[in-house]
Design a protein around this ligand. Structure first.
Ligand code: NAP
Length: 259
């Protein structure tokens, strides 16, 4: 199937590792030039090099924290006109509701709600002018079924989800689609960090908790970043032009609801 994306350009935020990297790699595989971002130059450069050699597209990057307004400005200036925006950032730290003060909440809301909103606001006018655009926000399965240890994430992402539900319909007649892609458990550095916290709390080894966590998934495994990336690229494809405002779960069947 031809996704119809050859020659398009994408910003993929927080994309040196994990799910963001998976999305950048899959888009590049469809002939999309990608602009990457992350806070560590070494891993960013390695990912850009891997993408270029695998797919022969342009892969450049801007180093810095995506929650920083100045970095977002640099990223947008560097990228110029884009067709696709993949919003992503590291998730807020795990913990307990008793640990989090106002500053913790503001940091979570800033990175996982206000940052993607700001980037959507910046890129929408040009996408609307050109009557085509794809925006995918990487959120979390925790939006549908909260994970107590990730309370900051549950809260901040719910805010983004509510905003996107309205915005996506407001621009639905312009050729721009906005959808959220909700990962369940994926085998990345992020899940290992979350599991470390749980292991410490429960006095178990990390491997023990990882094995137990995999066993709870109907597929008895975690997802892979390249599976996530392929879904993201499909959402960005020409074939998904009639799908907007959706929260698309990819979790191996973990969410137990009928709908
Ligand atoms: P990951 O493996 O830890 O990778 C995170 C990536 O984002 C890295 O490239 C990291 O590079 C970059 N990054 C982190 N914070 C950043 C920031 N403030 N500014 C710019 N770049 C930043 O995480 P992941 O598993 O891919 O998760 C991606 C998102 O999905 C997170 O929000 C996470 O909470 C969410 N999620 C993941 C899972 C899962 O099972 N993996 C499940 C549900 C939700 P640097 O550290 O060098 O900046």
């Amino acid at each position: 199937m031809d996704f119809g994306l050859k020659g398009k350009k994408a910003i993929v935020c927080a994309s040196s590792r994990g799910l963001g990297r998976g999305c950048a790699m899959a888009l590049a595989g469809e002939g999309v030039d990608v602009v990457l971002n992350g806070r560590t130059e070494e891993t960013l450069k390695a990912t850009a090099d891997a993408i270029k050699s695998a797919h022969g597209v342009e892969a450049t990057y801007v180093v810095g924290d995506i929650a920083d307004e100045g970095i977002r400005g640099q990223l947008l200036d560097h990228a110029g006109t884009i067709d696709i925006l993949i919003n992503n950032a590291g998730g807020p730290p795990p913990g307990n509701y008793t640990d989090w003060d106002r500053d913790d909440w503001l940091a979570a809301i800033d990175a996982n709600m206000l940052t993607p909103i700001d980037l959507m606001k910046a890129v929408l006018p040009s996408m609307i002018d050109r009557k085509w655009g794809r925006i995918v926000n990487i959120t979390s399965g925790a939006v549908k079924a909260p994970i107590p240890v990730l309370g900051l994430s549950n809260g901040a992402r719910a805010g983004l989800t509510g905003f996107v539900a309205g915005l996506s319909r407001q621009v639905a007649d312009t050729g721009v689609t906005i959808n959220n892609l909700l990962p369940g458990p994926f085998d990345t550095d992020r899940i290992r960090k979350t599991v470390e916290t749980v292991a410490e709390k429960e006095g178990k080894s990390v491997d023990e908790v990882l094995t137990a966590r995999k066993a709870t998934n109907p597929m008895r495994r975690f997802g892979e970043a390249d599976e996530f990336g392929a879904y993201c690229a499909f959402i960005c494809s020409q074939h998904m032009g009639f799908v907007t405002g959706q929260n698309l779960l990819m979790d191996g069947g973990a969410y137990p609801g009928t709908l």
